[in-house]
Design a protein around this ligand. Structure first.
Ligand code: RIB
Ligand code: CA
Length: 312
């Protein structure tokens, strides 16, 4: 059984990542959720995580709030994609849980230091919490099996023509992670933009008319429409859920072991995950970069998870 911690900035696709993990209790044990500022402020992403777990009746899962801003940069949020609340599109229940007092970084460190076996970290937002945890307590590395992160891209971009949002928001924290020497899988836009539920898929989810699906469908429709308006996507790219799917079923993505560096000094290229696809730099590869995805299998996993959660 793979034991995981999800560090996230809910966010519609973060919500789907949490749902997929929570529904897949036969494959992964979700030890806790930590939140970080990104799609919305730290206050809102924390509140959204509590609301999602309330919807899932997962009141026993610890939720720890993390940083409200990047290491050095001003915070960039994404209301154009996720709305003012960070989860616009439907009325989620008011939180039935409070979360824990412990800071996200301390929760990550304590959980890792106490772990009987190495854990997998799944960051799906800016890497501020993860970067600080590695700086504050480097000994946690021995208990990190792998970091499977949603972020970056080899050829694609979103927040600027050069960068992906999670890496762009905190490129310094991303540098700490990418240079940590830990096993890293980068699930970037090259594959996550393909991991999409179409408007037709969303209508099928709506027809399930269950306690979870009836809330998820309008949320996904909001997210899909925002992505359609900005990127002309014909659906909801479930970026973060693919990172979770890649832990549950590693074969769902095909990766290449490449050298990746994060741009922190570029005027136009801040946050670019500069990927040496041809090995030109002759530098030691440090990241397993996802380049292909089994989209039908991913969609099957997502729809199956929603059906499972409707039954609980
Ligand atoms: O670029 C997509 C990523 O940025 C996703 O994790 C989304 O939730 C936002 O955090
Ligand atoms: Ca996210």
């Amino acid at each position: 059984m793979k034991k995981i911690i999800i560090d996230c900035d809910p966010g519609h696709d973060d919500m789907m990542a949490i749902m997929l993990a929570y529904a897949s209790s036969d494959a992964v044990e979700l030890l806790g959720i930590t939140t970080v500022a990104g799609n919305q402020t730290g206050e809102k992403t924390f509140l959204n995580a509590l609301k999602v777990l309330t919807l899932l009746k997962a009141e026993n899962l610890p939720v720890a709030r993390g940083f409200d801003r990047p290491l050095t940069r001003e915070l960039t949020i994404a209301p154009e994609i996720h709305g003012v609340s960070g989860l616009d599109g439907a009325n989620l229940p008011e939180p039935g849980i409070n979360g824990i007092e412990e800071h996200a970084v301390d929760f990550i460190i304590r959980t890792l230091m106490q772990a009987a076996e190495p854990l997998i970290l799944i960051p799906t937002g800016p890497l501020t919490n993860i970067g600080v945890a590695l700086l504050k307590e480097p000994r946690i590395k021995k208990n990190i099996e792998r970091i499977v992160l949603m972020g970056g891209a080899v050829y694609d971009s979103n927040i600027t023509p050069a960068a992906e949002f999670n890496i762009y928001v905190d490129p310094e924290a991303a540098t700490i992670v990418f240079e940590s020497g830990l096993p890293i899988t980068m699930v970037g836009l090259d594959v996550t933009n393909k991991a999409m539920l179409t408007f037709e898929d969303i209508s099928e989810i709506e027809k399930l008319a269950g306690p979870v699906s009836s809330v998820v469908a309008p949320l996904l429709r909001f997210f899909a429409q925002a992505n359609c308006d900005i990127f002309n996507f014909q659906g909801a790219p479930l970026h973060d859920a693919l990172a979770v799917a890649a832990v549950i079923r590693p074969g769902i993505v095909k990766t290449s072991h490449l050298h990746v560096a994060v741009e922190t000094a570029g005027k136009f290229t801040r946050g670019r995950t500069v990927t040496d696809v041809y090995g030109i730099l002759n530098l030691e590869p440090n990241v397993d970069v996802a380049l292909e995805v089994d989209v039908p299998r991913f969609k099957e996993m997502m729809i199956g998870a929603i059906r499972e959660l409707d039954k609980r």
